[in-house]
Design a protein around this ligand. Structure first.
Ligand code: C2O
Ligand code: CU
Ligand code: CU
Length: 475
C-alpha cells in the first residue's frame, strides 16, 4: 500500500519528453483559480433524505442537475446530485429494501452506478442511459456483507470523465450490527471525500485536453468540497471513512505524528485493525481508519505527491488539518472486527489473465481490445470461484474495479520480479490499485447473481477511452 506512481505518471508523455511533460503539467496546475477559503471547519455532505414508511423499506431520490454552488470559496458552475457537491450521503442499514429513484435533470444523457453493491446488474446497470428529463428506479435489497462505505457516480461510457470531474459523486454508508462494537461507538465518525477540481471562469473546468486523457488532475485537491478544511475533534479517537472520488488522482495519505489504523477496505471491515504509516487510496477506492489523538495540537493529513518541478522529490500536499481536543483522552481501538472468510482455493474452476495496455492517451485496452458493449469478454458460471491475474503492462497506474462481485487479493508481483508476494491480510474489495508493470492475483466468488456487467480501470479517462470489458455471469 505504500507506492505511488506519480513519477511514472509524469513520465508517461514519453521518456524523451518527460521534463516537458512535467512543465506542461505545471503550467496546467497554475491554470485554475486558487482557493479563497482555507482552513474553514470541516463540513460533511448532508444526509440524503429518505422515507421509511414501512419497516425495512427505504425510499430515496437522487437528482442530477447543473447548478451554481461554492467550492473552496469560489462561486462555480458544477454538476451536482441533489444540489450539493459532493452529493448527499445515502445512509442505509444492511438488509434494507431500497427504492432509489434516479432523475436526470442534466441536458445530456447520464446514469447512476451504485459502486460496490452486490446487487443485480439489471438494477445497477452500466449499459442503460437515462435521457434528460427521465427517471429510472433502482430497487434492491442490501444483502449480508453490504456494510461499509460505498458510493454513487455516473457511468455513461465515454462521458464518465467529464461528468465525474464536474462534480457528480456521493457516498453510500451502510451499517450493520458490527458498527455497534463499543470501541467504534465511542469514536467520533467523519466522512472524507477526496475529489480534486480545476475551477476557471466561474465553472469547473471539466473539458479534457489531450494531456488530460492520461488522467485528469485538478489543481485544487478538496476534501468534501473545501480546501484544507480543519476537522476540530471533540473526541480523541476518530473513525474516518475515506473515499477517493477523483477521476485520476491517487492519494498516499499520511497523518503527521500519528499512524493510521486501518479497520475497513472497500467492502467492509477487516478482522482487526492494521497499523499503517501511509495509506494509498486509488481512484474509486474506500478505506476506514481510526486515529488516536494522544496530545493536543494540529496535525496535517498529507498527500505524499511527487513534486512535478523536481522529478522524484516528494511534495507533501496538505489536505486537511485535524485539531485535537485540549486534553485528549483516546478511547481504545477495537481488537476484533469482522470475520473475513478464507476462500477455499481448491474450489477454483478457472484462472484468467487480463493485460491492461494501450496507447495512452488515445486509447486504453484490456487484452488488446477497447470496450465494446456487444462483446462478452468473460463468461462465468454463477456460484463458481475463479482466479484472475491482472497485469499492468504500461507505465501508468490502473486501478482495477469489478462491479457486483467482491473479491480478495491473493498476491501481488512487483515490476521486474517473478515472485508473487502473498497479501498480508484478508479483505474484501472491489477496487485495487495496479501500479506500473505490476501484477495482482485475485480470487472472485461469483455468488448468487447472474447478469451482464463490467470491469474496468477506475481512472475514468482510461475507462472512457476503452479500458473496460464485459462480464457475463450465467446460471
Ligand atoms: Cu465506480 Cu464501474 O465504477
Ligand atoms: Cu462500480
Ligand atoms: Cu487506467
Amino acid at each position: 500500500m505504500k507506492r505511488l506512481d506519480r513519477r511514472k505518471f509524469l513520465m508517461l508523455a514519453g521518456l524523451s519528453a518527460s521534463a516537458i511533460a512535467g512543465g506542461v503539467l505545471l503550467t496546467r496546475r497554475q491554470e485554475g483559480e486558487l482557493a479563497t477559503e482555507i482552513g474553514l471547519p470541516l463540513r460533511e455532505p448532508p444526509l440524503l433524505k429518505v422515507r421509511r414508511s414501512e419497516p425495512g423499506l427505504v425510499e430515496a431520490e437522487i437528482i442530477a442537475s447543473r447548478l451554481t454552488t461554492r467550492l473552496a470559496g469560489l462561486t462555480v458552475q458544477a454538476l451536482a446530485y441533489n444540489e450539493t457537491v459532493p452529493g448527499r450521503t445515502l445512509r442505509l442499514q444492511e438488509g434494507e429494501q431500497v427504492r432509489l429513484t434516479f432523475t436526470n435533470h442534466l441536458d445530456v444523457p447520464t446514469n447512476l452506478h451504485t459502486h460496490g453493491l452486490h446487487i443485480s446488474p439489471e438494477v445497477d446497470n452500466p449499459f442503460v442511459l437515462v435521457m434528460p428529463g427521465k427517471s429510472r428506479l433502482h430497487e434492491f435489497t442490501l444483502p449480508k456483507g453490504s456494510a461499509g462505505t460505498r458510493w454513487y457516480h455516473p457511468h455513461p461510457h465515454g462521458k464518465v470523465a467529464t461528468q465525474q470531474f464536474a462534480g457528480l459523486s456521493g457516498a453510500i454508508v451502510i451499517e450493520n450490527p458490527l458498527d455497534k462494537i463499543p470501541e467504534l461507538q465511542a469514536a467520533e465518525e467523519h466522512l472524507l471525500i477526496f475529489k480534486d477540481f480545476t475551477i476557471s471562469n466561474g465553472r469547473v473546468e471539466a473539458d479534457h485536453s489531450l494531456l488530460d486523457w492520461f488522467g485528469k488532475y485538478g489543481n485544487l485537491p478538496l476534501v468534501n468540497g473545501a480546501y484544507q478544511p480543519r476537522l476540530i475533534a471533540q473526541k480523541a479517537t476518530l473513525r474516518l471513512r475515506l473515499l477517493n472520488a477523483s477521476n485520476a488522482r491517487p492519494y498516499l495519505l499520511k497523518l503527521e505524528d500519528h499512524p493510521l489504523n486501518l479497520i475497513a477496505t472497500d467492502d467492509g471491515f477487516i478482522e482487526k485493525p492494521i497499523v499503517l504509516e501511509q495509506l494509498l487510496l486509488a481512484p474509486g477506492e474506500r478505506a476506514e481508519v481510526m486515529v488516536q489523538l494522544e496530545q493536543p495540537g494540529s496535525f496535517s493529513l498529507l498527500n505524499i505527491a511527487e513534486n512535478p518541478q523536481s522529478l522524484g522529490l516528494e511534495m507533501l500536499e496538505p489536505l486537511l488539518t485535524i485539531v485535537a481536543p485540549v486534553n485528549p483522552q483516546p478511547t481504545p481501538l477495537p481488537t476484533r472486527l469482522a470475520t473475513v472468510e478464507e476462500i477455499d482455493l481448491s474450489q477454483v474452476v478457472q484462472t484468467r489473465q487480463f493485460k491492461f495496455g494501450g496507447t495512452a492517451p488515445f486509447s486504453y485496452t484490456i487484452n488488446g481490445r477497447t470496450f465494446n458493449m456487444e462483446r462478452v469478454d468473460a463468461r462465468v458460471q454463477v456460484n463458481t470461484l475463479e482466479i484472475w491475474e491482472i497485469e499492468n503492462t504500461t507505465s501508468l497506474i490502473h486501478p482495477f474495479h469489478l462491479h457486483t462481485y467482491p473479491f480478495q487479493i491473493l498476491a501481488r508481483q512487483k515490476a521486474q520480479s517473478n515472485v508473487w508476494q502473498p497479501e498480508p491480510f484478508r479483505a474484501w474489495r472491489d477496487n485495487i490499485n495496479l501500479p506500473a508493470k505490476e501484477k495482482v492475483r485475485i480470487a472472485i466468488p461469483f455468488r448468487d447473481i447472474t447478469g451482464r456487467t463490467v470491469f474496468h480501470c477506475h481512472i475514468s479517462e482510461h475507462e472512457d477511452r476503452g479500458m473496460m470489458a464485459v462480464l457475463e455471469v450465467t446460471s
